[in-house]
Design a protein around this ligand. Sequence first.
Ligand SMILES: [Zn+2]
Length: 300
Amino acid sequence: MSVRELVVLGTASQVPTRHRNHNGYLLRWDGHGLLFDPGEGTQRQMLRAGVAAHDLNRICVTHFHGDHSLGLAGVIQRINLDQVPHQVTAHYPASGQHFFERLRYATAYRESVELTEAPVAEDGRVAVTEAFTLEARRLSHPVESFGYRLVEPDGRRLLPERLAAHGIKGPDVGRIQREGALDGVTLEEVSEVRRGQRFAFVMDTRLCDGVHALAEGADMLVIESTFLDADVRLARDHGHLTAGQAAAVARDAGVRHLVLTHFSQRYSDPSEFERQARAAGFEGELSIAQDLMRVPVPKR
Ligand SMILES: [Zn+2]
């Protein structure tokens, strides 16, 4: 069974609280694991969430503030300690290369794993695999920040009534899928486009083109909502979003499942984020993230 889910490791902005760890998010995408923005304490949160170093194939950092990157030191050392047998690739803003190197080599350890540095310098594709394309878009924050988006290629869904109309059955069904045509009947005639799934990760930014571009058509959007709407000026000045702004982006982009996170410690009642997201007119599935929450990517 292929699993596509978000495992929330931490949800606090700036400083951890009694109930929220610094940021950290694992996306399980079939057999592939992408760790986003590992803040301080991510290694222990992985343990609590049942995530092993072996589960990680990629690490994606939006920007080099501590709540999004201080966990790199621990996670990278753990990948080496556990001798993860596969290559791990790290994506992060190229302007923060020196921060990445400091975190990677923060203390002495034995380096045994192939960790590929893949800094992001501009908008566009950062990785293309058989299963998905990973794209980055520049955001708007006091330090350079990139959001990420994972796009699965479109596939085709077979239509049983069309197959039957052409008398295609049994092993021939597999043949037409593999070969694209059978006895003059094309795959297009007996199937329809099944749009690939999309996952977007938008962290630490004020509203900008990149936010909308990343969110467009996302099945799941994980997005910061540091502030409540009453503090919209504070949000803009510090390069952040409010719950209402984040939800309006999701509404306009046709997002199916919205995950709000990265909450300021100044607020004590998470339900207010939910109320403001709904007030902004977002009608899809909505999660107000909590540490160790698991959120399945909506079924196609
Ligand atoms: Zn932050």
